[in-house]
Design a protein around this ligand. Sequence first.
Ligand code: FAD
Length: 409
Amino acid sequence: MNFDIVIIGGGIVGLTLANQILERDERLRIAIIDKEREIGLHTSGRNSGVLHAGIFYKPNSLKSKVCINGARRLKEWCKEEGLDLLNCGKIITPQKEHLDSQLEVLNEMGKQNGVSSEIINKQEFLKLIPYGRSASGRALFVPSTSVVKPIQILRRLEKRLREKNVQFFLGYHVSFNLKNQQILMLKNKFKKQIEDISLNYGYLFNSSGLHSDRVAKKFQIGKDLTILPFKGIYWGLSKSSPFNITTNLYPVPDMNMPFLGVHFTPTTDGKINIGPTAFPAFGRENYKNLDNLEPSLTINFLKHLTVQWIINKRGFRNYASGQALQGFKPLFLKAAQELIPSIKNEHLVISDKIGIRPQLYDIVKCQLVDDFRVEHSKNSTHVLNAISPAFTSSFALADLIINSTPSFI
Ligand SMILES: Cc1cc2nc3c(=O)[nH]c(=O)nc-3n(C[C@H](O)[C@H](O)[C@H](O)COP(=O)(O)OP(=O)(O)OC[C@H]3O[C@@H](n4cnc5c(N)ncnc54)[C@H](O)[C@@H]3O)c2cc1C
């Protein structure tokens, strides 16, 4: 089978890449390969569903370049397709008095990125969130933040791509024949009979999320990089709680870390998610208990964490100890109470929503990579560190990736 383009990974990055490639040339034959039997089983189907406005990202970073445009395009696309979209805005509140000045920093950064936001006073804040808490009384209001239903978007994109003759190979594992560079051997683990297929490709995109560093290494890319998977656990807000939360409520984030902190998010189907935590996962797909444990990854993770602990760059020790404790319900509750003090233990209900961030780590520089990373080798492009806001940004990120790619048409 011959394809012009093969995409490894059918998450939001792989699907929007296919979509945007076809926008440029609808004649190209594209195949999307995913190791799972259906799409959306990993990060793209397990996130908060927030379309970020673009306020959190350092000006001139790749994130800042694609977030605003991406959010606008995804909103338009949801409207065209008749998909769920909640235009509910976002409020960022300082959980400690000394974090109040960060509101100005975020507001300024947002302005530089082209986001409209305003600092609101205590009365305005309490009008929007009557039960909310701001250590200083003030908060930052970002009206353009929205919420979507990620799995709905993924399924619709898959449908639209199939209609445009993109071929999906679901449930296949790939191995590469690098000698002749253009052959993939695939085995279907879900079919009774094991089936081997060879694909010839002209150009390959690696958008395999939590496994993207492994796939990249097969192409001699990213030898100094590794993914450290950070688990995000959510709780739900009980229906019997007295809080009617109609907007996203976030704490002021630690700008030195790539995580945004435990927040409240209204969903498109009327629920409230609280979370996510950011705790080391003991395997790239270690969603629950002892599932999919990877001992060697865990040992390496602990090794890198120890290095971070010792060098304590950007206040890592303080941050990590706070995060680690949020794995315990009473301390998670404490984090939630920093935003809504009257929330009680009985208001938190167990949620099966758990996502794992494919966080990239630079082994030589000894630091977590902040920005998206796109690397190229002969006939292939590798999307690494597709962390938040990659879902929000996806359409614009896909264009940026394609534009940075040595011509494949
Ligand atoms: C807890 C959490 C909350 C988040 N909240 C938000 C948010 O509110 N807003 C936002 O914009 N972003 C958010 N994000 C980030 C966002 O979800 C991700 O950036 C985005 O989903 C990454 O998409 P992806 O396509 O790269 O990865 P994935 O969705 O993981 O897709 C990768 C695919 O590759 C497949 N695959 C892997 N290896 C192979 C292989 N060897 N062969 C074949 N297939 C393979 C996998 O099965 C998978 O389907 C959040 C992330 C997490 C974890």
